[in-house]
Ligand binder design. Structure first.
Ligand SMILES: C[S@@+](CC[C@H](N)C(=O)[O-])C[C@H]1O[C@@H](n2cnc3c(N)ncnc32)[C@H](O)[C@@H]1O
Length: 248
């Protein structure tokens, strides 16, 4: 399947991918297999270093935009081993593909519409994971309400990782470096002209301005927020980063 198939996705198109016949579990969450296959253990290891409360016992954990690949299975197994209560929210089509487990509650629907239901079910969460999701909220123009609702669900002392944010400014910085050029040559066999994107409009993409504005927004709302790099062994570490929120 071509990468272009996964451009311009939104909540509704993910519902269709979840239900479409013949797709791999990575394609259902919008990735060509090569972007995720064999990498998810490293992704989860990176997530765990950023969310140390996942290694406590008896936490309440929320995963927003769960998807249906191996990652939610890793999250569920880890939560079971630590006796966490886990809530998953995504479309009903996506959540149907996730196995039923004890102490795992599925709350189907579109976030932040599901926020009141989540609050009624689990109250506040000690740990919130929202991995590779906010770019779709951004594209749908609901980034601020999505972020504010997630922050409202975070308990005092809680940790929230808004992970795997594609940042077009970061991508440009990488592809104007020697390392970026070398990667491009290796990927294309040196035939294609490298398009760095310098000078292109960023209006419809998450860039440094969007990321830094989100930090300021969370901080103004009374929580700490930090931008963190991804571990180098992650497939898109050269152009994606994470936001860690800690509520004092
Ligand atoms: C790229 S996938 C990531 C899945 C999973 N978090 C992972 O990293 O493997 C994006 C997921 O977010 C979900 N999603 C997108 N917008 C959403 C929204 N507004 N509310 C809930 N889920 C959403 C999609 O249905 C899809 O499962």
């Amino acid at each position: 399947m071509m990468a272009g198939r996964f451009d311009d996705l939104d909540y509704e198109s993910f519902r269709k991918l979840a239900a479409e016949a013949g797709l791999s579990r990575f394609e259902r969450i919008g990735f060509p297999d090569s972007y995720r296959e064999g990498y998810e253990a490293a992704i989860f290891a990176d997530i765990r270093t950023k969310l140390p409360k996942l290694d406590n016992d008896g936490m309440t954990v929320l995963d927003i935009g769960t998807g249906c690949s191996e990652l939610p299975n890793m999250v569920m197994a880890h939560c079971a081993a630590h006796d966490h209560r886990l809530a998953l929210t995504d479309s009903v089509e996506m959540l149907t593909l996730v196995p039923e487990k004890l102490k795992v509650e599925k709350i189907p629907g579109r976030f932040p519409d599901t926020a009141p239901m989540i609050a009624a079910t689990i109250g506040h969460a000690d740990v919130i994971l929202c991995y590779s999701v906010i770019q779709y909220a951004f594209a749908e123009g609901i980034l601020d309400s999505f972020f504010d609702a997630a922050l409202d669900l975070l308990a005092e002392g809680g940790e929230m990782l808004i992970g795997d944010i594609p940042n077009v400014s970061m991508r440009k910085r990488f592809f104007t470096s020697s390392a970026g050029e070398a990667l491009h040559r290796a990927y294309t066999g040196g035939n294609d002209q490298l398009v760095t994107g310098i000078g292109e409009s960023e209006e419809d993409k998450i860039n440094d301005g969007v990321v830094l504005r989100l930090l300021a927004r969370v901080r103004a709302a009374g929580a700490h927020a930090f931008v963190l790099p991804q571990n180098d062994d992650l497939p898109m570490a050269n152009r994606r980063e994470d936001i860690l929120v800690k509520r004092p």
